[in-house]
Design a protein around this ligand. Structure first.
Ligand code: IPM
Ligand code: MG
Length: 368
């Protein structure tokens, strides 16, 4: 049988630096665990714009549709700030999400014991935190029409449209209910049903799906603003959170910071099953391209490596190998391995991106 295929789109800024460490991890699984992947690489974001004048070439889009999973680094940077909106680096990422129809974005926020002190919240509020945000990723105000900037009464008007169909809400809800069943069987859905019709529909559809097929799951609803407040007040009350594209963007950054560093958080974006049964999938760290530290060997590769662990789990049904990789990362953190983003007030010398990769590979060896 052919090896499963991966397309690496390292992108901009620290994307290529952290992805270099992921490539070493991928090779390790091929050499030591008999889990070889056919890896190809291409450009996305500003890197693609520089080469082709577009943030995602049609050939790259076609490759992404054909592989078993895409691994993405990060897109964007100040160099591209003045580009026309239609060719901004972010458009490349949004095109991948939309055309691959990756509607379920899984963003775990897990606080590693060794890092509980790095959170901006008190240690006892975040220690042991393990929540999962399911963000709808292909609709809502990110894609709704009409949109644009036009003139009205000699004034510019900016328009975006929050739009959700029942079907879009339903499939995101099903993904979240399924995940809840695999975790602690608890789901909290967040919207603004108090001010938005799309929020009223969201709540109705989630209730209908619940009653029809998931009555065993404990379901609650919360307005998204209260949700943001509860996330910083008492985050451990949550297990799986379901929310729309825009609220999910904001709430997931908020949840991420609870864990101490954005450099730690992976994500999976999943779509419908392909002919081989695997879901359409893209895996990427939650952090951005971090232009301020690009090229300085300071970036933390863990979020990107943990995204590959999610690929092992969700695309390749290799949960035990994903556990192994996560255990190796937990071990190096417990042993005090720290990149610059994880340096406490006591200081010390941080590991470089590559050195963090080194110790993770050593820990993987030691776990054999
Ligand atoms: C994210 C990012 C993206 C988003 C940007 C880069 C378009 O913030 O994945 O959370 O807004 O979805
Ligand atoms: Mg975001």
């Amino acid at each position: 049988m052919a090896n499963p295929s991966l397309l690496i789109l390292a992108g901009d800024g620290i994307g290529p630096e952290v992805m270099d460490e992921v490539k070493r991890v991928i090779s390790w699984f091929g050499d030591k665990r008999d889990l070889a992947f056919d890896v190809s690489e291409d450009l996305v974001g500003g890197a693609a714009y520089d080469a082709h004048g577009v943030p995602l070439h049609d050939d790259t889009m076609a490759k992404a549709q054909a592989v078993d999973a895409v691994l993405l680094g990060a897109v964007g940077g100040p160099k591209y700030d003045d580009l026309d909106f239609s060719v901004k680096p972010e458009r490349g990422l949004l095109r991948l999400r939309k055309e691959m129809d990756l509607f379920a974005n899984l963003r775990p926020a897990q606080c590693f014991d060794a890092l509980a002190d790095f959170s901006s919240l008190k240690k006892d509020i975040v220690a042991g935190l393990d929540i999962m945000i399911v963000r709808e990723l292909t609709s809502g105000v990110y894609f709704g029409e009409p949109r644009g900037i036009h003139m009205e009464d000699n004034m510019r008007v900016g328009v975006n449209t929050q739009r959700y169909t029942e079907a879009e809400i339903e499939r995101a809800a099903r993904a979240a209910f399924e995940l809840a069943r695999k975790r602690s069987n608890k789901l909290c859905s967040m919207e603004k049903a108090n001010v938005m019709e799309s929020g009223i529909l969201w709540r109705d559809v989630v209730n209908e799906v619940h009653q029809a097929d998931y009555a065993d799951v404990e379901l609650s609803h919360m307005y998204a603003d209260n949700g943001a407040m509860q996330l910083v007040r008492a985050p451990k009350q949550f297990d799986v959170i379901l929310t729309d594209n825009l609220f999910g963007d904001i709430l997931s950054d908020c949840a991420a910071m609870l864990t101490g560093s954005l450099g730690m958080l992976p994500s999976a974006s999943l779509g419908l099953p392909m002919a081989n049964g695997r879901p359409k999938a893209m895996y990427e760290p939650v952090h951005g391209s971090a232009p301020d530290i690009t090229g300085q060997a300071k970036a933390n590769p863990i979020a990107c490596i943990l995204s590959f662990a999610m690929a092992l789990r969700y695309s390749f049904d290799e949960g035990a190998e994903a556990d192994r990789l996560e255990a190796a990362i937990e071990k190096v953190l417990a042993d005090g391995a720290r990149t610059a983003d994880l340096m406490g007030p006591e200081g010390g010398t941080p590991l470089s991106t590559t050195q963090m990769g080194d110790v993770i590979l050593e820990a993987l060896e030691a776990l054999l």
